[in-house]
Design a protein. Structure first.
Length: 281
């Protein structure tokens, strides 16, 4: 397994014990702009064919995410016809100046679609695992990213859960087992269920994770009535801010959280230098 980096010799590498992290979870709908219900029908072809405006949408997303430390992406594309054979996670990492990125394709439809999850990070991960979630229909997955070494580390899990409750409960049970024994956990993603649902209540009781913000809609972005995008954390992480970000590009709104890590967690942050501008005489 390879973690891809854009780091060059001019990057700034800093040890940061007890850092504050700005986290973001965002279902980007493969870079498709959706602002009305009818776009699910009139723009449906954009899920299978390239669209010239996709890169413009991705550039807008890059601007929206560039000030965050760790970004979890759902509904990315690993490079297929519809994305112009561009890996969307890589593209956003380049545009938003993230030194570390990783892409996991969960549903491989060959050249037609590469349904993926992605991670963008200014902090150096020590380990990344691809998790295949259970379900009657294959193609759901999660990323488990560790920061730090030894027993005192941070685990970030990014997931996109199934539409059906029974499948979600199985997937959450699988993820709860993967998180077992971890002291400091961030769990984020499009979980396709409300914060007061049976499955969310079960997950919080099983893992001890909690979510300070509830009943603030994230979907659909033009009339956010359902809270189905989440960031849950361990009680060891002090939450300073949690909000739904008003960025109406995808059919989901991103959700952001700022957390303070315990002083015992010493993470490496890498900051890329600003891009050099070329001057033509």
């Amino acid at each position: 397994m390879t973690v891809v980096t854009q780091l060059d010799s001019r990057g700034d590498d800093t040890q940061m014990p007890g850092a504050r992290l700005r986290l973001l979870s965002y279902n980007i709908q493969a870079g498709i702009a959706t602002s009305k219900f009818r776009h699910y029908f009139t723009h449906s072809w954009r899920h299978v064919l390239p669209c010239p405006k996709r890169l413009d949408n991705l550039d807008r997303i890059a601007i929206a995410i560039q000030d965050f430390d760790i970004v979890g992406l759902q509904e990315a594309d690993g490079g297929s016809i519809r994305s112009g054979f561009i890996n969307l996670t890589e593209y956003l990492a380049l545009q938003a100046r993230f030194p570390w990125w990783y892409d996991q394709t969960n549903r491989d439809l060959g050249k037609f679609a590469q349904h993926s999850l992605g991670i963008l990070s200014h902090f150096v991960p020590s380990d990344i695992k691809e998790l295949r979630l259970p379900g009657m229909i294959p193609g759901r997955g999660a990323l488990a990213i560790k920061y730090g070494h030894g027993d005192d580390n941070l685990l970030v899990v990014i997931a996109h859960l199934a539409l059906g409750r029974r499948a979600r409960l199985r997937q959450l049970a699988f993820l709860a087992e993967a998180m077992e024994g971890e002291r400091h956990v961030v769990f984020m993603g499009d979980l396709n269920c409300e914060c007061d649902s049976l499955e969310m209540s079960w997950m919080q009781a099983r893992t001890g994770l909690y979510e300070p913000l509830c009943r603030t809609g994230t979907f659909p972005s033009w009339r956010p009535e359902r809270h189905i995008d989440h960031i849950l954390v361990s009680p060891t992480l002090r939450v300073h801010q949690l909000e739904v970000v008003n960025v109406s590009i995808s059919d989901h709104l991103p959700i952001a959280m700022e957390v303070e890590l315990p002083a015992s967690l010493n993470l490496r942050r890498v900051t890329l230098p600003p891009p050099q501008s070329s001057v033509v005489a």
